[in-house]
Structures are given as structure tokens and as C-alpha cells.
Design a binder for this molecule. Structure first.
Ligand SMILES: [Zn+2]
Length: 255
């Protein structure tokens, strides 16, 4: 039998699923391999050292052995534990949200170092910032951009007119902004307030220092959440359909 190939990587645990009596299957996000799944053997035993190092949302340095189906975590060492994020349920909820988004938006073993860095900084913010909510919104806008779904926030996607400081529209199928003339009449978009557009632009520009100082009313926070949720849902459904399409091609021996 060949000696299994070992490699080391830093990794953030996005998901943990029980397997067999004592093992866990981990969904990890890494800087050089993107998303990957690996087994942590015996991780559910109370005495397991490994188990405590590969908790949800933890950043750990791992040694991994290549397996036939799934790779196997053989050693682990905590880099960042993010204790507040784990203890405060409100913060934990946002961490679940961004981990699930990342899992659903990415394929396995596609390197995206910038996305990894964004995940790392977002977990740090969810752990320490007064408002984890704005950190989550920043993650959504930035991750969409990094994965090729950067929403257009400056010009109307139909007529090309520069956005004016009035209520505009946001269309998920179009991929962003529509002016009142193009977005309003046919109800192709949802209304987007002047303030919501401003905040989205700040988040897209990556100016978190400014974003965290903005005083957002409950109404504005709800609007931002709903616009981004609708766009993310559209992107996820389209992604799912393309994955299904590829699987069909593969089954038919075309791909
Ligand atoms: Zn227009």
C-alpha cells in the first residue's frame, strides 16, 4: 500500500456532520485549496484532542492525509478560536449564515485566496464588532463580487443612465440597479432607497471603517437584508441549476 501523501493547510470549519460512531466529516475553507471535505476521525470522543481543534468556525492549522474518497485530518492546532462568536447566540447565527452561504456559493478545490481572507476578516468582525449585522452584510456584498456576481450600483442596467439620488430599483435577474423609468413601471425590480444604495456602495467599496460608523435605522437594515437576500437567493438558484445541468451532461456522457 502506498504511503498516504500528507499536506498542511490553514482551514476554517464551515460545517461538521457526524459519521459512524465517533467521526466527523468537516467542510473546510482553505487559502490554497478552496473548499474541501475531510474526515476528523474520533473527533466526537470526549478525549479527542482533534475534536476541540476543529470546532465550527474555528481557524486551525491542519495536517491532512490524502484519502481515497475523503482526506483525513491527522493533526490540528488552533490559530483563532473566536470565543465571543461561539458564546453569543446572536453572533453565532451570523456565523452560520456566512458559512452556509460560502458552502453553497463555492465548488470544491477552487482556490480563492481573497475569499478566504474575506472569511477570516468577517469571523474576526463577528467576534469583536459591536454590530455583527453590518459585518455579515459586508461579507455578502464582497463575496458576491469575488464570485463573479458583483451587483451594479452606479448605472441603470437597462438604459445606462447614471443613478440619481431618488428611489431606484434593484433587479436580481438584471444583476443590480435599474432607474425609476426602467425598473418601476413593469415591476421588474424592488424599490431601493437612496440610503440603501449609499450603504451598498460603501460595502462594495470595502470601506468597512466607514460602514461600521453608519447609523442604520431598523427600516434601512431590513431593506438591506431583504435586497441582498433576494439577490443571493437568485444567484444560489442559478448556481444550483447549472450544477444540475453539468451533472446531467456527465450522466449522459457529454461532459
Ligand atoms: Zn434606466
Amino acid at each position: 500500500m502506498a504511503v498516504p501523501h500528507l499536506y498542511r493547510t490553514e482551514a476554517i470549519v464551515l460545517k461538521r456532520v457526524d459519521m459512524g460512531e465517533a467521526d466527523k466529516i468537516l467542510t473546510l475553507y482553505t487559502p490554497t485549496f478552496g473548499k474541501l471535505r475531510a474526515i476528523a476521525k474520533g473527533a466526537r470522543r470526549p478525549t479527542s484532542k482533534l475534536g476541540g481543534h476543529v470546532d465550527l468556525f474555528m481557524c486551525s492549522r491542519l495536517q491532512v492525509a490524502r484519502g481515497r474518497d475523503l482526506d483525513i485530518v491527522t493533526q490540528s492546532e488552533i490559530v483563532h478560536a473566536y470565543p465571543r462568536l461561539r458564546e453569543d447566540l446572536y453572533r453565532t447565527t451570523y456565523a452560520f449564515h456566512i458559512a452556509e452561504l460560502l458552502d453553497n456559493l463555492t465548488g470544491e478545490r477552487i482556490e480563492n485566496q481573497t475569499l478566504y481572507d474575506l472569511l477570516l476578516v468577517t469571523l474576526e468582525r463577528l467576534d469583536t464588532e459591536d454590530s455583527p449585522e453590518i459585518a455579515a452584510r459586508a461579507f455578502e456584498v464582497q463575496a458576491l463580487g469575488l464570485l463573479g456576481y458583483r451587483p451594479e450600483l452606479h448605472r441603470c442596467l437597462r438604459c445606462g443612465a447614471e443613478a440619481q439620488p431618488v428611489v431606484n430599483y434593484f433587479s436580481a435577474p438584471a444583476g443590480g440597479l435599474l432607474c425609476p423609468d426602467c425598473g418601476g413601471a413593469g415591476h421588474v425590480g424592488v424599490p431601493l432607497s437612496v440610503n440603501a444604495l449609499k450603504v451598498l456602495r460603501v460595502l462594495q467599496a470595502g470601506d468597512f471603517q466607514l460602514a461600521r460608523r453608519l447609523r442604520l435605522t431598523p427600516g434601512l437594515r431590513a431593506e438591506l437584508e431583504s435586497v441582498l437576500r433576494a439577490y443571493l437567493q437568485f444567484v444560489l438558484e442559478r448556481r444550483l441549476r447549472s450544477v444540475e445541468f453539468l451533472n446531467t451532461l456527465r450522466r449522459e456522457g457529454v461532459g
